[in-house]
Write a protein that binds this ligand. Structure first.
Ligand code: TYD
Ligand code: MG
Length: 445
């Protein structure tokens, strides 16, 4: 038997020998597509040897730092030589910019880079390179999409780094599907993986993800990659966060923070300072909290606008905060304070384009809303740390001491913390509370 038919879920890449109505892995309906695999060809093209475990030599993990600290930290001291990395993110978020900046730094160190562009013309890349001061002779641009052609170029140029922008534009002429389809992306991804390991080059693939993350591309590639990074942020605000969702050679705890500027992505060394502007003075509806992003504490500003609704159904609009969590906090606040928030329009905004996934911000959200409702600013230089439970109680948060240190560093004098935690005694800046009612009384009397 030479040809085999399999069915692949176009949402998550799950393989099945027969057609299925519902994907057992991701639950998508009607997502299975038929794929023919030329088994013989795939397995005989390149013969690999069988090796006994005691004979396998460790080539050692040579790390190649890019010199961009925020990137190196997320990668774990730079790229591991011979690894394959996927950088995903929404279109327009700055992936090509980031990759070209990485290329620039590596080229300056003398590495030869092959930049395969299937989306933009060499002129467009040149324009970007001029802005980023990346016009280095060590960066070779190949405008191409055909996998076989790209392989030939790699063979001829033998680069140390291969950058593919983007994986969705590359296609194998041997498959009938269109570029960007699950089978194309997967097949090309596999081929780049094989090339990376065989030629000991270091490969970076760029992949687009749509808002809901369903696009056939990057998700289906994750399992083959050594490292998977996502570049996130609000396109409107300049802030970008590089997160790692998988790292075979390092931690996924670290994040990199950048700001998009005229000259590309600028590293943000002290993110807390970036998010808060303490010179604004006290404003009603504003509260501060400290998030833990990976291992880094980050002070952010929460803004709330609470006002009577002119409509029958009040509006609830949040940016950077889960609307369901807001509903829960509203219900709890109403129940335990008696404040009538239900007939109010509520707008909640986390400044700087940060998306809060940390329940430790609950207390600050409640306090921002109450401050706006009461039309009274919170005490100056206050920061609120604590999860709010359904009983109105303030619950402990992880990494409390780290958060407290960061708040102190930035000059906050009133640090509201849960009573269940046991921080250093005798520090007047720490205010310990059991429930939201106590905090509200303390702030507003
Ligand atoms: P780009 O890297 O092309 O995004 P992606 O590859 O993820 O689609 O860049 C996105 C935006 O960044 C683009 O709208 C222009 C802007 N930009 C700057 O603001 N400054 C710069 O120096 C560069 C190169 C781009
Ligand atoms: Mg791009």
């Amino acid at each position: 038997m030479k040809e085999k038919t399999i069915f692949v879920c176009s949402e998550c890449g799950y393989e099945s020998p027969r057609w299925l109505g519902k994907c057992p892995q991701c639950g998508a309906w009607n997502s299975f597509r038929e794929i023919k695999i030329d088994r013989k060809k795939r397995w005989t093209e390149e013969k690999e040897e069988v090796l006994s475990l005691d004979k396998i030599e460790l080539t050692g993990g040579e790390r190649i730092p890019t010199g961009i600290e925020e990137v190196d930290r997320v990668l774990g001291n730079g790229f591991l030589k011979g690894s394959i990395v996927l950088i995903g993110g929404d279109p327009g978020i700055g992936k090509s910019t980031l990759v070209l900046e990485i290329a620039r730094n590596l080229a300056e160190k003398g590495y030869k880079i092959l930049y395969v562009t299937g989306e933009e013309s060499p002129e467009q890349i040149k324009q970007r390179a001029m802005r980023l001061k990346a016009t280095n002779k060590n960066i070779l641009i190949f405008p191409g999409q055909d996998l076989e052609e790209i392989k030939e170029i790699i063979e001829d140029a033998s680069p140390s780094f291969l950058l593919v922008d983007s994986i969705q534009t590359v296609f194998s002429p041997e498959l009938p599907q269109a570029p960007g389809s699950v089978s194309q992306v997967r097949e090309c991804g596999l081929e780049f993986l094989r090339l990376t390991k065989k030629k000991k080059i270091t490969t970076v693939l760029i992949g687009h993800v749509t808002k809901d993350g369903t696009l056939a591309g990057p998700r289906t590639l994750e399992h083959m990659m050594d490292v998977v990074l996502y570049l996130e942020g609000e396109r409107k605000s300049g802030l970008r966060i590089l997160r790692s969702s998988k790292n075979r050679f390092g931690s996924t705890e670290e994040i990199g923070i950048f700001e998009m500027s005229e000259e590309g992505l600028r590293e943000v060394k002290d993110p807390s300072l970036h998010f808060v502007d303490l010179n604004h003075g006290e404003r009603e509806g504003t509260a501060y909290t400290v998030l833990l992003e990976g291992k880094r504490p980050l002070v952010v500003e929460i803004q709330a606008l609470v006002s009577p609704t002119p409509f029958n159904i009040p509006q609830r609009v949040t940016t950077g905060f889960d609307p369901r969590r807001l509903s829960m906090l509203l219900a709890v606040t109403e129940k335990f304070t008696g404040l009538m928030l239900r007939s109010m329009d509520i707008f909640l905004n986390v400044t700087g384009g940060i998306k809060i996934q940390d329940s430790s911000a609950d207390l600050s959200v409640v306090m921002a809303m109450i401050s706006s409702f009461r039309k009274k600013a919170l005490p100056a230089l206050s920061v609120f740390l604590g999860e709010v439970g359904l009983g109105g109680e303030i619950r402990p948060v992880s990494g409390l001491n780290k958060r407290i240190e960061e708040a102190k560093r930035l000059g906050f004098n009133n640090i509201y913390i849960p009573s269940a935690s046991s921080p250093v005694k005798g520090d007047k800046r720490l205010k310990v509370y059991n429930n939201i009612r106590e905090v509200i009384e303390s702030c507003f009397g």
